[in-house]
Ligand binder design. Structure first.
Ligand SMILES: [Zn+2]
Length: 279
């Protein structure tokens, strides 16, 4: 596999408007860079959307496809009881989930070695008659060139990874942090474009708390405050901000994976609301 853009790597997004899949209609959903806020244009229906829209998808694989800048996949042939190490074609700075599927009556397990290699193990199934090699298909999502990816996207990646692994507490702390970094990034860019870098710094330095930044600074940048939308703002406040504050102070309610999913949806909804109002 080469270092090609993600949309040529078999990673597939659905158009949220017409459900066209990039994988089935190559070249339909373009263009894309490492900027997660760049609009993807659907040639089939004319709709434009960002990777954030795809992150609201209920299927976790659609989320990983939207998050990743790189994917590699392959197949190894192993006898039951064998071990194989497959060197990845190129280094991943950040690795997401690794999936391995045995194509026969053996058990297979795979692990990642620091973004450099995939390790695959198999074991014999009771009663399996022979030791002929059996294919194990594997696939891994991740991020390359992480220095070109915004910090909030990397923290969102960490949040989604924790949520997928059932770790609700670190997930919600990272969702809260990702949103704060996101607000800082989009405000800094929008205020610099509207005024200048010095004015943007001044406005941001006067308001450090994210609950303040989504009010007047956001209005200066976009003409809108997040508090205008009670549903979005209240969901973010109750499902993310207040839970994060309680956890940071050593308290908070018992959490389960459903809480992390609610924090995910509240965070993505608030980010999309802001992106939709950017000039
Ligand atoms: Zn479409």
């Amino acid at each position: 596999m080469t270092n090609a853009p993600w949309h040529r790597m078999g990673i597939s997004l659905d158009c949220p408007a017409c459900s066209t899949r990039e994988r089935e209609h190559p070249g339909t959903l373009t263009p894309l860079t490492t900027d997660p806020l760049e609009c993807i244009h659907c040639a089939a229906c004319g709709h434009t959307f960002t990777r954030l829209d795809a992150l609201a998808h209920p299927i976790s694989f659609a989320r990983w496809a939207a998050l990743a800048t790189h994917m590699e996949a392959g197949r190894a042939d192993l006898r039951p009881g064998d071990y194989a190490k497959v060197k990845l074609a190129s280094h991943f700075d950040v690795v997401g989930p690794l999936v391995a599927t045995a194509q026969g009556p053996i058990l297979a397990k795979a692990s990642l070695e620091w973004g450099e290699a995939v390790e695959i193990y198999t074991s014999r199934m009771p009663g399996h008659p022979d030791d002929q090699p059996i294919g194990v298909a594997w696939l891994v999502f991740g991020i390359q060139e992480s220095d070109k990816v915004p910090g909030w996207w990397l923290q969102l990646f960490a949040a989604i990874q924790s949520a997928a692994d059932g770790r609700a507490k670190p997930a919600i702390i990272d969702y809260a942090g990702a949103f704060e970094l996101f607000v800082e990034t989009v405000l800094s860019d929008a205020l610099t474009a509207k005024y200048d870098a010095e004015a943007a710094d001044h406005i941001l330095n006067r308001t450090q708390a994210v609950t303040e930044r989504v009010r007047m600074p956001l209005e200066l940048a976009t003409g809108h405050q997040l508090t205008e939308d009670h549903v979005i703002y209240d969901a973010w406040t109750t499902k993310v901000k207040k839970v994060r504050n309680a956890l940071a102070h050593g308290g908070g309610p018992p959490l389960n994976p459903g809480d992390a999913e609610e924090a995910h949806q509240a965070t993505i909804a608030a980010m999309r609301w802001i992106v939709d109002r950017l000039p």
